[in-house]
Write a protein that binds this ligand. Structure first.
Ligand code: ARG
Length: 480
């Protein structure tokens, strides 16, 4: 920020001399304050290599249709490649007065290569920025999708390692029914699989070439959009080039960013819920897991503390990721067609979402690989016979009793056990019979946890065999 903006008095606007985007129309350069305010190069330079890739394809197309000579095209491509090398090495001189990544690269190229002045033929920054963002996002989505698979793998590995561990499952955060720990973990694997699919589906709509739409209304020049789409890999599974079909939509559209940020927000929410489970499980009250020292922090005051910071931060950062989605939707909702500078605000939200979610997915996978399960604490919690009260109901149903009645009978047995201060599975035959004559001592067999887990055989149930089936499924799917 220039100091004059905050100097307390209104400073006379300072004109900057260089301003390629303005050129002939303007008698004066932009005020430095205005320039600093409108410039996006501070953040959109992140798109630089994609901008260059897009420009190279555009130059090839211009040569293909006879607007550039072969020599001019090659000079442009060489110039762009050497700019790319400078950028990669951190030697490129970015200039705020040139506004954005597009102008910086084009202006520098033209200073070095006269034919650079022809590069922007049949193109506008409006279709150019859409192109760059789409190219960038395609790569980011692939990377995030792969990292999501790795997180699923880390969850599956933890499940496999502790395949025999049973814990209470919770509804309303009250003990409900026993479930293998792996079944609980695989619930997240399912969620992340849907996230993965959403990312891949979103990629289909990102992978469409907008270049050639110009500022709003295409071009009078005989540009070859298919050529560019093919050059840049905007093709479907059959190699058919994919191009936007309405020039106005193409430059106004940010659906692909919203869609990605929506998919990423849901992925973040799933991670956040996982983290909440892990925070609870790592507390002394639950004691089901111990997160490795390397992935926890201590307290500056309380020497005994080992805090699940990473989980808390993932949970906290999810707020930011959801906020980014809402910012984007709000930014778009009142915009008339087509391009408006408001759209420049999309990038920081998009970049932040990508960076945040990729970081959280990665750290969670690493943390899970350094997490141990406390089998004893889990076994103790899972031995609560109340967790199998529903199995007792099922037993009565098998004796021919109507479910509603059986539910009532077992409810009264639970009340009796509470009154007597005796666990459900320790009631005598007489006590059981006092609730209903059908309730014989044989019913107590349902309280064998191992058998109880074996009996859950329907699809998607947490039964021993069914769990094994899903573990095998995920091992296969995620490792191949
Ligand atoms: N920096 C702009 C953006 O990020 C690029 C497009 C600018 N177009 C324009 N007509 N000002 O959206």
């Amino acid at each position: 920020m220039t100091s004059s903006l905050f100097s307390g008095k209104l400073a006379a606007p300072m004109a900057s001399k260089k301003s390629t985007a303005r050129s002939g129309r303007f008698a004066k350069g932009a005020a430095r304050e205005a320039n600093a305010f409108t410039a996006s190069v501070g953040f959109d330079r992140r798109l630089a290599l994609y901008d260059i890739t897009g420009s190279i394809a555009h130059a090839r197309m211009l040569e293909h249709i006879g607007i550039l000579t072969t020599k001019e095209r090659d000079a442009i491509i060489d110039g762009l490649n050497s700019i790319a090398r400078e950028i990669t090495k951190g030697r490129f001189k970015w200039r705020t007065e040139l506004e954005d990544v597009h102008m910086n690269i084009e202006a520098t190229l033209t200073e070095r290569v006269p034919a650079g002045a022809k590069l922007h033929t049949g193109r506008s920054r409006n279709d150019q920025v859409a192109l760059d963002t789409r190219l960038w996002l395609c790569d980011e989505i692939c990377a995030l999708a792969n990292e999501t698979h790795d997180l699923q793998l880390a969850l599956t590995e933890l499940g496999e390692e502790y395949v025999d561990v049973v814990i209470p499952g919770y509804t309303h955060l009250q003990r409900a029914q026993p479930v293998p720990l792996a079944h609980h973990l695989l619930a997240y694997v399912e969620m992340f699989e849907r996230d993965y699919e959403r990312l891949v589906q979103c990629l289909e709509r990102v992978n469409v070439c907008p270049l050639g739409s110009g500022a709003i209304a295409g071009s009078t020049l005989p540009i070859d959009r298919e050529f560019v789409a093919r050059e840049l890999g905007f093709v479907d599974a059959h190699g058919k080039p994919m191009m936007t079909q309405n020039s106005m939509d193409a430059v106004a559209d940010r659906d692909y960013i919203v869609e990605f940020c929506g998919a990423a927000a849901l992925l973040a929410v799933h991670q956040s819920r996982l983290c909440e489970d892990l925070v609870l499980w790592s507390s002394v009250e639950f004691g089901f897991i111990e997160i490795g020292d390397a992935f926890t922090t201590g307290s500056s005051l309380m020497p005994q503390k080992k805090n699940p910071d990473i989980c808390e931060l993932v949970r906290g950062k999810t707020g930011r990721v959801c906020g980014n989605l809402v910012s984007l939707l709000t930014m778009l909702k009142g915009l008339p067609l087509t391009y408006n500078s408001d759209l420049q605000e999309d990038k920081e939200r998009l970049f932040d979402t990508c960076d945040t979610v990729r970081a959280t997915v990665r750290i969670l996978a690493a943390m899970l690989r350094d997490t141990e399960v406390n089998k004893r604490a889990c076994a103790k919690a899972a031995s609560d016979p109340n967790l199998l009260a529903t199995d007792l109901v099922d037993w009565l149903v098998e004796q021919g009793m109507a479910f509603r009645k059986a539910h009532h009978v077992v409810g009264s047995v639970v009340a009796l056990s509470e009154k007597l201060g005796k666990p459900l599975n320790k009631l005598t035959a007489k006590e059981l019979k006092s609730a209903n004559r059908k309730l014989t001592a044989e019913a107590l067999d349902v309280f064998n946890l191992k058998t109880a887990m074996k009996r859950r055989t329907s699809i998607g149930a947490p039964g021993t065999l069914e769990l094994q089936r899903r573990l095998t499924h995920w091992q296969h799917q995620l490792r191949h």
